[in-house]
Design a protein around this ligand. Sequence first.
Ligand code: SF4
Ligand code: SF4
Length: 129
Amino acid sequence: MICDIDSRSELALKVEELSGQNLFACYQCGECSSGCPMSQEMDLLPNQVIRYLQLGFLEVLDSKTPWVCSSCLTCMVRCPKNVDIAKIMEALRTINLREGRDHLDPKTLKLEDDTPPLAIISAFRKYVG
Ligand code: SF4
Ligand code: SF4
């Protein structure tokens, strides 16, 4: 364990409450990031998101990574510590949305005829946290 409960930041505690995950179980092996299919679109890799949260860096709330995450669960399958990062990403989106910080206006979405239904459902799941 990297730190005890008293030294967790308010943000880390909130993310743990919303996600049900132990952020401090992560030991930064990077397995999650190396398998993430969306990593090239991210400004912080999944393991970096967790590191920012462990350190209490509020900048993580400005990252586009939680909005880019497709909730594919590849990271959770690869994680030797069973950390469900998709739930952590969802918690970060929820915190942002509750504070009125939206990454994208759904009204600006352009859905093409050949957009896979799964992509549409996944996109809108991000707005119901
Ligand atoms: S795979 Fe798990 S333990 Fe490794 S960096 Fe990612 S979240 Fe942390
Ligand atoms: S759930 Fe998100 S962070 Fe994890 S591998 Fe999939 S896209 Fe990447």
